[in-house]
Design a binder for this molecule. Structure first.
Ligand code: TXA
Ligand code: MG
Length: 326
């Protein structure tokens, strides 16, 4: 396991970012903001540092992690980009898109960060602090979401510290994240683009760039199922009841849009993801809403129906995982 110690809070000024980069280069764990969620970073080329990520998260097994880089040029040293991957990278990077591509000859991302796979997951985040950190580290930074295994992803520094205080070297506090759900993961391994995880880049936007539909699911045999793809990965403590058309008095309720389902007025706790019915606003507050309702201590969180289009695909995906039996 990791050695418990003091977690240093760093500001996002140049000195704070420089300190964070130095800690990463020494093999330390540093949580940092991205536009999606906070990442728990380690030098991806240092297998021992990557192993500390799994220890800090309490992750039961080694799963492939996303390696974050400062730009497409850096990404192309680590992975082989076919025409489809290049087109997606040029359209959406920096941004909430992760590309799974064949690992390049001479790639520096460690086997452990890739979970022994011949492929590598790469992302250029659209966050000035993350980009400046990556430039200063000068190596790919492996970073899953900065939460304990099985908890919802952190969208602010307090969430990270709730889960990981004393278990990581430092955190860069960049306030709340903008997108609020993790990146979309697309595999480009066989000339096609396969959607492995819906996220911050919508299916519609990716398909508009490619001019064809995304293929579904992992290519048979290409990759083991990662934790983000496990049914019950995103789990608050309370049970989650989806598509609730009415709310029971002992339930907490997660709402969307201007019209509340019957019973919502007497719920134990309530949170409206977006009274205006805006999916972007809803994604940004989804995980903090789940944490907040969970803190109310009810047995069940009832969730009102949320549209399936655009960012609604990622929101409904995370809610289905939160509702899955554990
Ligand atoms: O928004 C995000 O993506 C955040 C921020 C911190 O960047 N990171 C994140 O990382 O969510 P993580 O490790 O929790 O999610 C990695 C996802 C998993 O679903 C994993 O299975 C998939 O990427 N993945 C990684 N490498 C893969 C590979 N070689 N083949 C298939 N899937 C892979
Ligand atoms: Mg995660």
């Amino acid at each position: 396991g990791s050695i418990p110690g003091e977690t240093v809070r760093l500001g996002i000024d140049p000195a704070g970012i420089e300190h964070a980069a130095a800690l990463l280069r020494q093999g330390g764990l540093v949580a940092f903001p991205t536009e999606t969620v906070y990442g728990l970073g380690a030098d991806a080329s240092d297998a021992e540092a990557v192993a500390r990520i799994y220890a800090a998260k309490g992750r039961p097994s080694f799963n492939p992690l996303i390696s974050h880089v400062a730009g497409l040029e850096e990404a192309r040293r680590e992975g082989v980009f076919d025409a489809v991957a290049l087109r997606l990278a040029e359209a959406f990077w920096p941004g909430p898109l992760t590309l799974v591509v064949p690992a390049a000859l001479g790639a520096t991302v460690s086997d452990l960060a890739r979970a022994g796979l011949p492929s590598v997951a790469l992302r250029v985040p659209a966050h000035p602090v993350a980009l400046s950190l990556l430039e200063q580290v000068g190596r790919p930074v492996a970073a899953p979401s900065a939460n304990r295994s099985g908890r919802v992803s952190p969208t602010c520094a307090e969430h990270v510290l709730t889960d990981l205080d004393g278990r990581i070297a430092a955190i860069l506090d960049g306030g709340s994240t903008l997108v609020g759900v993790e990146s979309t993961v697309i595999a480009c391994l066989d000339g096609k683009a396969r959607l492995l995880r819906p996220g911050g880049v919508t299916r519609e936007a990716a398909e508009a760039i490619l001019g064809v539909s995304l293929e579904e699911g992992p290519d048979a045999g290409a990759a083991p199922i990662g934790p983000g793809l496990l049914a019950s990965h995103y789990a608050p403590r309370a049970a989650v009841r989806l598509d609730a058309s009415r709310v029971e008095p002992d339930e907490a309720v997660l709402l969307f849009g201007p019209v509340d389902p019957p019973g919502a007025e007497s719920a134990k706790a309530r949170f409206n993801l977006s009274e205006a019915g805006n999916l972007q606003e809803a994604a940004a507050v989804l995980f903090s809403a789940l944490r907040r309702l969970d803190a109310a201590g009810t047995r069940t969180i009832a969730v009102a129906p949320i549209p399936a289009n655009g960012l609604g695909e990622a929101i409904n995906d995370r809610l289905r995982r939160a509702a899955a039996p554990r």
